[in-house]
Each structure stands twice: as C-alpha cells, then as structure tokens.
Design a protein around this ligand. Sequence first.
Ligand code: HEM
Length: 192
Amino acid sequence: MSLTNRDYYRRLAQRTLEEMPPEDRFSEEDAALVLRHRELLLGLEERLVQLFYDSLYSHPATRAVFRERERPERERTLREWWRRTLSGPFDQDYWAWQAYVGLAHVRRGVTNPMMLGHAALVARAVGEAVREVEGGALTGAVSRLMATVSALIANGYHEVYLEAASQITGQSRSLLERSVEVALSALEAKAQ
Ligand code: HEM
C-alpha cells in the first residue's frame, strides 16, 4: 500500500465499518479472543493455504486468473496475510490494508463471487477447526472477521467502479446513484 493512498483506504475502511451493524462486525472482544488463541490459529496455516489454492486451481474460472508458475508466490502472500492477521493489532491500518487487498484483486480480474466465496471458505474451514474453543466463541469471532473483510472487499469494488464511471462520464457520484435507481425502476417495469 503506498503512502499516498493510505488515507483513501483508511477512509474507505472507516465508512465500511461504520455501515456494518455491530453484531456483524469484528469487535475488540473478538480481537482479544483471536489473539488469545493465536498459536492454535497459526497452526491451521498449512491446511488453510492448501485448501484455499487447491480449490482455486481446480475450478476453471478461478484457475484462469493465475499466471504460469504463480502458485508459490500466491501461497506466500496468503501465508503472510494469515500471519499478519493473527499478529494484531486490528487497528485502522489493518482494515485499510484489507480494503487495499480487496482492490489489489480487481486488476487481475478476480470477481466478487470469487472473493466472497473464498472469504466464506476461510471462515468455514477455520471456524469448524476451532468450534470447541470457548464454547464456540472463537468460531463466532472468525466469522465476524471474515464478514468484515468481505464487507471491505465488496465496498471497495463498488467504490472503484463508481469512481471509474464518474471519471468516464464526468457525472457526479450522486447523479450516478440516481441513474442506478432509474435502471432499477426500468428493470422492475420490464419484469411486470
Ligand atoms: C478472502 C479471500 C482472499 C484473500 C484474503 C487474499 C489475499 C491476498 C493477498 C494478501 C494478496 C497480496 C496483495 C498485495 O500485497 O498486493 C493477494 C494477491 C492475489 N490474489 Fe488473493 N486473496 C483472496 C482471494 C483470492 C481469490 C479468490 C483469487 C483468485 C480467484 C486470488 C488471486 C490473487 C492474485 C492473482 C493475486 C496477485 C495480485 C497482483 O497481481 O497484484 N485471491 N491475495
């Protein structure tokens, strides 16, 4: 993440987190819980990385995203992401980085269905592995972590497309949002 863009990602992250209901968002208690069980979660890294990329490489649409011999590099970045996540802190910079990570995928043609599906895969795989811990509380924390990461991915995608449309058309954001309403009304009218 470059320094010039840090403020952009921080603002995007802040807006996204504020929109999420507190029950859905990763909390300070969740952070404490995750950090308390850091060693256990770190121990899942190998299994998680293999599951993550075995799945992406066995499905044609996701496999097509990768360049030749890219897998070791991708596994490395996922391991680093997991280790940084489990190091804490879950501060403004961490969430800004998640917004950046989401957008880093857009350039490579990774779509929201791919990203959100795999964020859920991480939540499910890790959540199942730790479901006995503290009466299931750690599974809840991991689920809110990945829900928050997903919100940042989806919102970043939305914002960057709005920004591009605004640049191309020279229209303001509010006008573009109005155009979306018009398009939706037209769709509803067609469906009737
Ligand atoms: C929650 C899901 C995911 C997480 C947390 C994640 C994490 C990351 C991270 C940390 C990076 C390095 C970003 C950077 O420093 O520039 C990265 C890069 C990358 N990831 Fe993911 N990833 C996810 C899902 C996916 C999926 C579903 C695909 C493919 C279908 C994918 C393909 C890639 C590719 C191609 C790059 C290299 C981007 C570039 O060329 O700059 N990732 N990912």
